[in-house]
Design a protein around this ligand. Structure first.
Ligand SMILES: *[C@@H]1O[C@H](CO)[C@@H](O)[C@H](O)[C@H]1NC(C)=O
Ligand SMILES: *[C@@H]1O[C@H](CO)[C@@H](O)[C@H](O)[C@H]1NC(C)=O
Length: 226
């Protein structure tokens, strides 16, 4: 009798609730990640080029001193990984980026820029992977011409050439739809340019995406308004 009660208590502790139906993602995620090597980039013998698309959303100006600009951004990265394809439902899943291969796209001016937050990537059943990284970026390359300042943020793969990672822009502009008003400066314009550099030694291209931010000091004091 005592053991019966004990058993019931133990069972209640182990199975506090009942799963009804089958977990939607359980089998799929286990199957996809079984034998998945997150160190192997998704190029194949049929096609070694992985197209990686990059975009930037500018949230706020943290600091600007005329030369050095610090901004908070969301950086979007998108590519296709043929290992992450499936035919059944669900149509998409979320996976922590540490569990899958991700391209080593860095800000060249400051490659050790890091964030402690590890976002999920959204993976759709055709193998399209997208993640958005909230990150603070700093450059000290701002140049003034007349009353405008131009600061550039250049991104590229740290180790892959353009035959392996074909870096492309996902958008023609920096997304400003979440930009927070800054008291002293306004954004006059932005631009996104894809550059390709070739070096004398080698035949492979080295693509980069360069984001430019054009800043202008707001007219605030009575003196400015004269
Ligand atoms: C390789 O794959 C990329 C991305 O899917 C595609 O743009 C490119 O055309 C492919 N190249 C060949 C030779 O199939
Ligand atoms: C990438 O940038 C170029 C130049 O700004 C632009 O013409 C092109 O449309 C952009 N690509 C996408 C997908 O927006």
């Amino acid at each position: 009798m005592k053991t019966d009660i004990l058993l019931t208590v133990v069972l209640i502790l182990i199975f506090p609730c009942v799963v009804q139906g089958v977990l939607i993602e359980d089998w799929l995620i286990r199957t996809l990640l079984q034998d998945y090597n997150e160190l192997a980039y998704p190029g194949t013998t049929d096609n070694e080029t992985v197209v990686v698309k990059h975009d930037m959303s500018l949230l706020r100006i943290v600091e600007f001193d005329g030369t050095k600009l610090t901004i908070d951004t969301w950086l979007g990265t998108e590519w296709r990984d043929p290992r992450l394809c499936w035919a059944s439902s669900p149509t998409n899943i979320r996976l922590p980026i540490s569990k899958i291969w991700t391209p080593d796209i860095v800000l060249y001016d400051n490659p050790d820029t890091r964030t402690r937050f590890e976002p999920n990537a959204v993976v759709d059943q055709s193998g399209l992977v997208y993640f958005s990284l909230p990150i603070r970026l700093e450059v000290d390359n701002c140049r003034q011409s007349q009353d405008e300042f131009k600061c550039t943020f250049k991104f590229g793969s740290w180790t892959f050439d353009g035959f392996k990672i074909d870096l492309q822009n996902r958008s023609q502009v920096i997304d400003l739809s979440n930009f927070q008003h800054h008291n002293s400066y306004e954004i006059k314009d932005t631009s996104v340019v894809r550059n390709v550099v070739y070096y004398p030694c080698c035949e492979e291209p080295y693509p980069d995406i360069t984001y430019s931010v054009y800043l202008k000091r707001r007219k605030t004091g009575w003196f400015d308004r004269l």
